[in-house]
Write a protein that binds this ligand. Structure first.
Ligand code: NAP
Length: 257
């Protein structure tokens, strides 16, 4: 029997970054329903985070929302320390927090904007993955675990005239997934990524085009955008032992686009 198995652990502790809204919130809901203990972070939207925390706790779930900026090292360390001291060893991480900014060609982008996108999407994911590995690695006294990173089909398509900076950051997430899966595969830790396509969340409003999914859905072979729940289902599968031989996978959840 494989000792490094989330199913063998009662209520494995899962950290979801950016779990108050969108895809992260769907992951939190599904994870609670499937017996995980969930600690999720948020940055600005305390109202959404508190509401989700209350709903999940009222349903009997073990759940905690913590304000923690993934781009700030001490916030990330704090997030993991609180999760561990409250609920015990962390067994799973969904590196979900991510941002994009207003659509524009590269020639118009400021260095400050590029830094903001890279800080959250790349630095944040690296820091959270580091803290997870420090706790999960068998050679460090951990019991293994599973990490799922949120990449994007933008890593492949490039997001020309919209947000190349964001696409670049997601290319880095693919590289992080490949590199770290090889680095910690022998430590009982699996590292995989999902690459969502056009998913109906607030992120498109952040880019200045709330109707982006409707505008582009004809370019999806399946003819529609996807839901946060459809992405969350794939993430839950990658977290679970059902995907026990998946490591370093970049799984497109994009309707074929
Ligand atoms: P969303 O609805 O805009 O939600 C983003 C979440 O990230 C929010 O909960 C936000 O917190 C949190 N966040 C942002 N910056 C943060 C920071 N520095 N520290 C901690 N949390 C932070 O986005 P989404 O569509 O669900 O996207 C989730 C992930 O999927 C992102 O990595 C995104 O790039 C990726 N993705 C999305 C799509 C899509 O079409 N939706 C496609 C491909 C990939 P607050 O609530 O506090 O603001």
């Amino acid at each position: 029997m494989n000792e490094i198995n989330c199913r063998l652990v009662e209520n494995p502790v899962l950290i979801v970054t950016g779990g108050g809204r969108g895809i992260g919130a769907s992951v939190c809901r599904m994870a609670i329903a499937r017996g995980y203990t969930v600690v999720f972070s948020y940055l600005h939207n305390k109202e959404a985070a508190s509401e989700l925390e209350q709903v999940l706790q009222a349903e009997g779930g073990e759940c905690l929302a913590i304000r923690s900026d993934v781009a700030v090292e001490k916030d990330v360390v704090n997030l993991f320390e609180i999760a561990e001291s409250t609920f015990g060893p962390v067994r799973a991480l969904v590196n979900n927090a991510g941002v994009l900014e207003t659509q524009m060609p590269l020639v118009e982008m400021t260095a400050e904007r590029i830094d903001r996108v890279i800080a959250t999407n790349v630095r944040g994911s690296l820091l959270c993955a580091r803290e997870a590995v420090r706790r999960m690695a068998v050679s460090r006294g951990g019991s293994g675990g599973s990490i799922v990173n949120l990449s994007s089909r933008a890593a492949v398509l490039g997001a020309a005239n919209e947000y190349i900076d964001y696409a670049v950051s997601k290319g880095a997430i693919d590289t992080l997934t490949i590199g770290l899966s090889r680095e910690v595969g022998s430590e009982g830790i699996r590292v995989n990524a999902v690459r969502p396509g056009l998913i109906d969340t607030d992120i498109h409003t952040s880019g200045g085009e709330p109707g982006r999914v409707a505008r582009l859905c004809a370019s999806v072979p399946m003819g529609r955008g996807g839901s946060a729940e459809e992405v969350a289902e794939t993430i839950m599968w990658l977290l679970s032992e059902q995907s026990s031989y998946c490591n370093g996978a970049l799984l497109d959840v994009s309707g074929g686009r």
